[in-house]
Design a protein around this ligand. Structure first.
Ligand code: SF4
Length: 418
């Protein structure tokens, strides 16, 4: 009888070499993937790892089933082990939960063997995985295939392939407890914080958008490449603005520096510009911009580096702000020196015609594209893209001063369209 192997998959990076190794070792077997990882936190990270897993499985011609995101079940199972270090009892429970579910599904689908690409990770204990896997398989009358994928240069092959496939490489195992332990001392944990409803530059949401479009384009047979670039990220933690002690709605211009304590001052000068009034204070170099329209967030037209705070209000505040008006502010922002974003190139980068989109949005979700718009364009222009006559480019960090476009310009010979 032909062997049927159900492979538990945790992420694209661990899967890319391990799946090829399984194919090599079991050339006559039927192989299917099973992405079951309720340990991953937050859900956007779970989705990102799934998208990358799906992309790799598609490229390797392996069907993959997406399991349910049963976070509650995982939290319940690991209760009491929150503070145990990585590779301890919590991890054993975590492996057990995932491999039992894999065995259960394998039984249901008529598969006779199970395995897991977790055995690829240098951070996991191979013997523990083997023991847990064997017990889970035995429970359902199956065989557990234990392969140490790391041997014979497996880790190097995995690293090489994940670079070639441009797979998203996470920097933590997956669960919230491991994250807390790794990020000790930080005021907030960037991985767990979604700022606003949009896809901010360098955020997981922005990356998820890119990966989703990439999977779509590749399923249409179009080759894609990514250009990853680093920049200094900025995040607003909190802000308040008061005019004569009354709180007012406002936005803060990106790259504004924090204010120590409370800043109280008086308006001393007002300059009129084409689209706004700029107000200066008697103290500090803080500015207030009164838009000549209702309040809205503004994307940066060009890069702005660590700079004086700028508070933005709508035209409805014009009457309240004049020379001598008392104002007060608080502002807490964070800079991230290791922020990363990416450009996605769909088709041949040297195509004579290029169409640009961008992946990020403002924090309220405005100033951006819906994935459907870009997918529709890919479908409509598929023939032209495949012929090499047209290339679609999705740039990142547009709202922080068109950083992705600038990077593309510096790193591509053809700058005609910028
Ligand atoms: S550290 Fe990794 S293996 Fe251990 S419990 Fe967390 S997610 Fe599971």
């Amino acid at each position: 009888m032909k062997d049927k192997i159900l492979v538990h998959i945790c992420c694209g990076v661990d899967a890319v070499w391990a799946l090829q190794k399984i194919k090599e070792e079991f050339p006559d077997s039927e192989i299917k993937g099973f992405f079951y990882d309720p340990n991953i936190h937050p859900e956007e990270e779970y989705e990102l790892r799934w998208i990358e897993t799906e992309r790799i499985c598609n490229a390797l011609g392996i069907e993959c089933i997406k399991g349910e995101y049963e976070l509650g079940k995982w939290l319940e199972a690991t209760k009491g082990y929150e503070h145990v270090p990585e590779r301890g009892e919590r991890c054993t429970i975590c492996h057990d939960l995932r491999l039992k579910k894999t065995a259960q599904l394998a039984k249901k689908l008529g598969y006779n063997k199970i395995t897991t690409v977790l055995m690829m990770s240098p951070k996991k204990d191979f013997d523990v995985l083997k023991e847990v896997g064997e017990k889970a398989a035995e429970k359902y009358g199956l065989e557990f295939v234990a392969i140490d994928f790391r041997k014979q240069g497996g880790v190097e092959k995995m690293n090489k392939l994940s670079k070639e496939f441009e797979i998203y490489h996470q920097n933590y195992c997956g669960c919230i407890y491991a994250l807390f332990q790794q990020r000790k001392g930080l005021e907030y944990i960037p991985e767990l914080v979604s700022f606003g409803k949009g896809r901010l530059p360098g955020s997981r949401e922005e990356l998820l958008f890119i990966k989703d479009i990439r999977t779509f384009a590749e399923n249409e047979g179009i080759s894609c490449t990514e250009q990853v670039f680093e920049f200094i990220g900025w995040k607003l933690i909190s802000s308040t603005m008061k005019i004569r002690k009354e709180p007012v709605q406002h936005y803060v211009l990106p790259m504004s520096k924090s204010i120590k304590g409370i800043l109280r001052g008086k308006v001393t000068k007002i300059e009129e510009k084409e689209d706004r009034f700029v107000l200066f204070l008697n103290k500090s170099n803080l500015q207030i911009w009164i838009l000549k329209e209702p309040l809205k967030e503004i994307p940066l037209e060009e890069p702005r580096f660590f700079n004086h705070p700028i508070f933005i209000v709508g035209i409805d505040q014009k009457e309240k702000l004049s020379i001598g008006t008392k104002v007060e502010f608080t502002l807490k922002t964070e800079f991230d020196p290791d922020a990363k974003s990416q450009n996605l190139i769909i088709g041949n980068i040297n195509a004579p015609e290029k169409i640009f989109f961008h992946s990020d949005t403002l924090s309220d979700g405005s100033f951006g594209y819906q994935p459907e718009e870009i997918k529709r364009k890919i479908k409509e222009e598929k023939e032209k893209i495949l012929k090499g006559d047209l290339c679609l480019i999705i740039t990142g960090a547009e709202t922080l001063g068109k950083l992705g476009k600038l990077y593309f310009k510096e790193n591509s010979q053809n700058t005609l369209y910028l």
